[in-house]
Design a protein around this ligand. Structure first.
Ligand code: MRU
Length: 364
């Protein structure tokens, strides 16, 4: 997608290194960073310079490629995979991408592994772009239908950043939005700020601004009110891990939006590329590991001060602790549909197994 009119992706290889956009500095600074080693790749994921489930997977794949330049042995593959897997627990794409890489690399001679790893990581990146583009096409059909049945713009609520910054390009929840905008359909996007890290206010709003899509940032608590007054036609969110039964784990606060949508008859869709589906799990609430992040993400906030400097300030009384679960689970019964690369499907075991028989068959 575009940044100041120029096309970018979120990650790309360059001269045996990997270029990324440092997302911790957005929206106030657009900075590219070169990642050169396994340790730097793991830190970039852990510190959320790169983030979002699909991008975490591709970044881990490139991290493994960087590791192969230093130690292409079998033990090197295992060590690097373990280090990358430990960075963030909830998004299943990380595990999926590392499994793809290991399956490809282990049969090869060590000398062939560095080049093969970069090539395989690039394939996973291209595949991610194709998955998101396909989700965009299926979501466009949905938005077109809603637009045809009403006057004025289609009002869409989204949570966190499931935009192109969470993937390699297009994004998951935003792909239908970008495609609908390109097709000339009038849209208005309500962007949940998504405390504590504000991925909506910082990243989704920035993306939509770059693409010229009408939007407003709202506080996380405003969605229910807007729905009660007919202000939202549909909700589209992303997912970090969806179970074989259609339970959806996504950024903290998603569940409350799903409850409000259900209460108000607003359709609640989840853009779910297949690498985000964990066919080994049946109960999202009991089985998905939820990342607990630093209390300082809740007790402090950063922004641009009047003098233009980026400042970090405390919000809470000194001495108050904070809990910070990073994700929650929306039960399948609250999900209107999953927008996958193979079309819109019901959030249940039978529909998921029918749409992805080759993945469902691998389930233990
Ligand atoms: O903690 P993050 O920023 O990596 O969280 C991931 C997300 O951005 C969202 O949960 C998103 O909706 C899923 S990624 C498609």
């Amino acid at each position: 997608m575009r940044v100041k009119g120029r096309e970018y992706r979120t990650i790309w290889p360059k001269d045996g290194k990997v270029a990324i956009i440092d997302q911790t500095r957005l929206p106030h600074e657009f900075a590219l960073v070169m990642v050169e080693t396994l340790a730097e790749a793991a830190a970039a994921i852990r510190d959320m310079k790169v983030r979002g489930a699909p991008l975490i997977g591709v970044a881990a794949a490139y991290g493994l490629a960087l590791a192969m330049q230093a130690d292409p042995s079998d033990a090197g593959i295992e060590r690097a995979s373990a280090a990358l897997l430990a960075t963030r627990p909830t998004a299943v794409n990380l595990r999926w991408a590392l499994a793809m890489m290991r399956e490809h690399l282990l049969p090869l001679a060590p000398a062939a592994r560095p080049a093969a790893a970069f090539a395989r990581a690039a394939e996973l990146a291209e595949a991610d772009v194709a998955l998101c583009a396909a989700i965009g096409d299926h979501g466009l059909a949905l938005i077109r239908k809603i637009a045809a049945a009403k006057q004025g713009p289609v009002n869409i609520l989204t949570h966190c950043n499931a935009g192109w910054l969470c993937a390699v390009d297009w994004g998951t929840a935003t792909a239908p939005i970008y495609k609908a905008h390109a097709a000339g359909i009038g849209l208005h996007v309500f962007v949940d700020e998504t405390r504590p890290r504000n991925q909506g206010a910082s990243l989704t709003a920035w993306e939509l601004l770059q693409e010229g899509i009408p939007h407003q940032v709202i506080v996380d608590n405003a969605g229910g009110h807007l729905m009660q007054h007919g202000g939202i036609d549909l909700v589209i969110v992303g997912t970090d891990r969806t179970t074989a039964t259609g339970d959806v784990c996504n950024k903290i606060g998603t569940y409350l939006k799903a409850l409000a949508a259900h209460d108000n008859g607003v359709p609640f869709y989840v853009a779910a590329p297949s690498p985000s589906i964990d066919f080994s799990l049946s109960d999202g609430i009991k089985e998905i590991p939820i990342e607990e992040r630093a209390a300082s993400e809740v007790t402090e906030i950063s922004g641009v001060a009047e003098d233009g400097r980026i400042a970090r300030v405390r919000l809470t009384p000194q001495g108050s602790d904070a809990a910070n679960p990073g994700f929650d689970v929306t039960p399948a019964r609250l999900v209107t549909g999953l927008i996958t690369e193979r079309g819109m499907i019901k959030a249940d075991r039978a529909a998921l197994a029918a749409a992805f028989p080759e993945r469902a068959a691998q389930t233990p």
